[in-house]
Each structure stands twice: as structure tokens, then as C-alpha cells.
Design a protein around this ligand. Structure first.
Ligand code: GUN
Ligand code: ZN
Length: 417
């Protein structure tokens, strides 16, 4: 397949990583990008054309599959919102058929906004997590999906026996391992050890989760320091000296650990994240929707922490990673961030693509280069972006999901407008 237009290519020359615009074309072959050429458009091609942008597929590093139907439950803060809206909704995933049908619908929505890869939470229900993993694999996406672990401080419908849910997660790890060399060729789906957060997990469950992840070199997903009342509850349940240490004691901090939010951290905690290579998944739309506070992305980066970007649907309300990236820019502008400039459109686009791929440990995804996985978005803006003062800034700030004409997953057209 040949795709032509303005390519969004990796740009590592600047102070911050980014993307650069260059006219050209690429050819895909069995799921990979076989060639990339800068220059004039070829005489014939399959997709794109003059005025089209060709981007790597967008990657969402933190979201909840069962929460797409509760987006917009406005007016509550995290702990209330979990009790009143989230847990009752997630209880519907007790029915695996419902979970599968919902995952299909969610993937349709994601593809229509250009998302080709994600790391997601399922629910506490084992068979439903399994169906969601199967569905992602069948649809060809690159995905991480974890069965959520909860054994305290939640409604009865969410509580599970720690030993049973650890054994269930281990059976998922055997079928959906994290490392590509452990998976069958072409399988791009893994599970993750997914303790929901420290409030809803006993110390024993957290420790068993850490041990299991270590045994399998597995991805780990959890939430860290999202809002202030959460910190007090965690200190009461698990002791000090701080929230991050609770996860460290349990062996849950590693280079494959994705920690949603990381809004309220001390210097010591940032150091711990940097030392362990853990990833802070910034979720700006959720932080504003649930009025949790403002994550200081630059402070984490300066401390040496890897930062990724996530929609955190349904605490977050935006499915489009371009809008989430825009919210990341706006968050920095509002916060003032002690004179630190807001990330540029180029850096923000990089974050939603190659930056998120790097954070996931996926060097061959999220970028247009030879031999990378052919996950791509063809974009046809209906505004004169090519002659704008700041072409990429215009595309990002005027973004319209209807501009996505094709989403290509693993070299196949998975969505067409
Ligand atoms: N902390 C624990 N669970 C959740 C969740 O589902 N969403 C958010 N935003 N934070 C959480
Ligand atoms: Zn979350």
C-alpha cells in the first residue's frame, strides 16, 4: 500500500523531541513500513494526496474500556465519582457478552479518532478481561489490557479474593505475555498486572501483584497521587512515608509500570520514579474534569521521570489523543509552571505518538520510519493549514475528528470515513 502527502516524521534535532512536516510517501508491506521517501508525490498512490497529513497512529497510555459509557458524569470528585458512577457501571462487565460487545464499540470509536494502540483497564471480571484481550487481538490493535485487582474498600460487586484474582491474572499472563519474544509472531496484545490503586488493594494483594509482575516481566498499571483526599486515605491504610513508597515496598515500580496521574508527588517520590524507570501517565482532561489538580509535567521530566499521555476515559472526556495533547498544552499554560514554556504542537504530537510508544517500551511503533509497524492515520483537514502561520499548530488547535479519512492498523485499513 502506498500512502502520500505531508508526512509527520520524527524530529530529534531540537531541545525537545518532536515531529516535522515533510512532503513524501511511504509504502507498507505485511504490517510494516517498508520505505519512506521525502519529496514530490508519486504519480499513483492508494491513500492521501496533496493537502493530506500522514501521522503515526495515536497511542493512549491510560484509559478504562468499561468507562466509555459514563463519560461526562459531571460534578463529583474522584472518590465520590468511583462510588456513585464508576463502580455501578463497571458491574455490567460481570456479563462477558456485554463486555465483548462494548469492547467492539470502543475500538470502533478509537479507530475513528486515529487511536491504534492503548493501555487499558478492564474490570475485576476475569472472563470479560479475556474477551477484551481477544477482541483487541482480532481487531489487530497493539494493546495492553489488564484485569483490575480489588480486594477492599469497594462495593461487594467489585471485591475479589486476592489469591483468586492473582491466579486469574497469572493465567492471562501465560496467554498474553508482555514481552514480544514471548508472544506468537503477529500477536500485538499483552495483559498487565493491574491493581486499581492503593485504596482498593490490601498490602497482601499489592505484594502478590508485584511478585507476579516480576516473575513475568509484566506491564503494571495503577493510579498514583491523583487527588489530595486520596493521599490521606492511602496513608491511613498503608502507612508512610508516602504514596509512592507503598508501591515500591510491594515491588510495583519498574520500567514497565504505568502510573496514572502523579499529580501530588514530593521530590523524593519523583526521584523514586526516575530511579525505577516508572512511567507517569499524564491525564490532563481527567484532572480537570474531576477537579483533581494540575500535574507538573515539566518537573517530572526535569527529575528524569518518563512521562506519557493518556485520555483516562471516563474520568477524562476526550477520546481524541490530539485533543488530549492540546489539553496538555493548555494545562501548562494555565498553571504558569514557573515560567516553563508550554510544550509545542510538535512536541505534543510526538508525545501522543512516538513519545507514548517509547514510554511503553515499543521502539518500533508510533513513528514513520522504515521497519516500524504500519499503524497510521490519514488526515484531510478542510482548512488552509498549509499556508497557516503555524501549520501544525493550526491542525492541532482546530482539530476535527471528521478529518480522519483512514486509520491503518498493522498495514490494513481498519477505519475509513
Ligand atoms: N483511581 C482509581 N480508579 C480510578 C478510575 O477509574 N479513574 C480515575 N481517574 N482514577 C482512579
Ligand atoms: Zn484511570
Amino acid at each position: 500500500m502506498i500512502i502520500a502527502g505531508t508526512l509527520l516524521l520524527p524530529d530529534t534535532d531540537g531541545e525537545s523531541p518532536g515531529v516535522r512536516l515533510a512532503q513524501g510517501w511511504l509504502r507498507t508491506e505485511v504490517g510494516r513500513i517498508a520505505e519512506v521517501h521525502e519529496g514530490g508525490l508519486p504519480a499513483s498512490f492508494d491513500f492521501g494526496g496533496d493537502g493530506h497529513l500522514i501521522s503515526p497512529g495515536f497511542i493512549d497510555t491510560h484509559m478504562h474500556l468499561p468507562q466509555f459509557d459514563l463519560i461526562g458524569a459531571h460534578g463529583m470528585q474522584l472518590l465520590d465519582w468511583l462510588d456513585r458512577v464508576t463502580f455501578p457501571n463497571e458491574a455490567r462487565w460481570a456479563d462477558p457478552d456485554y463486555a465483548l460487545a462494548m469492547t467492539e464499540r470502543v475500538i470502533d470509536q478509537l479507530l475513528s479518532v486515529g487511536t491504534t494502540s492503548f493501555a487499558a483497564y478492564a474490570t475485576v471480571h476475569h472472563e470479560s478481561a479475556r474477551r477484551a484481550l481477544d477482541c483487541c487481538a482480532r481487531r489487530g490493535l497493539r494493546a495492553v489490557v489488564g484485569q483490575v485487582l480489588i480486594d477492599q474498600q469497594a462495593p461487594d460487586s467489585m471485591l475479589r479474593d486476592a489469591g483468586v484474582c492473582i491466579a486469574e491474572t497469572e493465567s492471562l499472563l501465560n496467554d498474553w505475555p508482555s514481552l514480544p519474544e514471548q508472544r506468537a509472531a503477529g500477536n500485538r496484545v499483552s495483559t498487565a498486572v493491574t491493581p486499581r490503586f492503593a485504596i482498593t488493594c490490601s498490602e497482601g494483594l499489592l505484594k502478590a501483584a508485584g511478585d507476579l509482575a516480576c516473575k513475568h516481566d509484566a506491564f503494571i498499571q495503577t493510579h498514583l497521587a491523583e487527588m489530595q483526599p486520596e493521599l490521606g486515605a492511602v496513608a491511613k491504610l498503608h502507612g508512610g512515608p508516602d504514596y509512592t513508597s507503598v508501591y515500591q515496598r510491594a515491588g510495583l515500580l519498574s520500567a514497565r509500570t504505568l502510573l496514572g496521574h502523579c499529580v501530588y508527588l514530593s521530590d523524593d517520590e519523583r526521584r523514586l520514579l526516575a530511579e525505577t524507570g516508572s512511567v507517569a501517565a499524564h491525564c490532563p482532561t481527567a484532572n480537570s474534569f474531576l477537579r483533581s489538580g494540575t500535574m507538573d509535567r515539566q518537573k517530572l521530566i526535569d527529575a528524569g521521570v518518563t512521562v506519557s499521555l493518556g485520555s483516562d476515559i471516563g474520568g477524562g472526556y476526550e477520546r481524541s489523543m490530539i485533543r488530549v495533547a492540546r489539553s496538555m498544552i493548555e494545562t501548562t499554560m494555565h498553571a504558569g509552571s514557573g515560567g516553563v514554556p508550554a510544550p509545542s504542537a510538535s512536541e505534543s504530537w510526538w508525545q501522543a505518538t512516538a513519545g507514548n510508544a517509547d514510554a511503553m517500551g515499543w521502539p518500533d511503533t508510533g513513528r514513520i520510519q522504515e521497519n516500524a509497524e504500519a499503524d497510521l492515520v490519514v488526515i484531510q483537514p478542510d482548512i488552509p493549514w498549509q499556508t497557516a502561520h503555524h501549520p501544525l499548530g493550526m491542525v492541532m488547535f482546530a482539530w476535527d475528528d471528521r478529518w480522519v479519512t483512514q486509520t491503518i492498523v498493522n498495514g490494513e485499513v481498519a477505519y475509513s470515513r
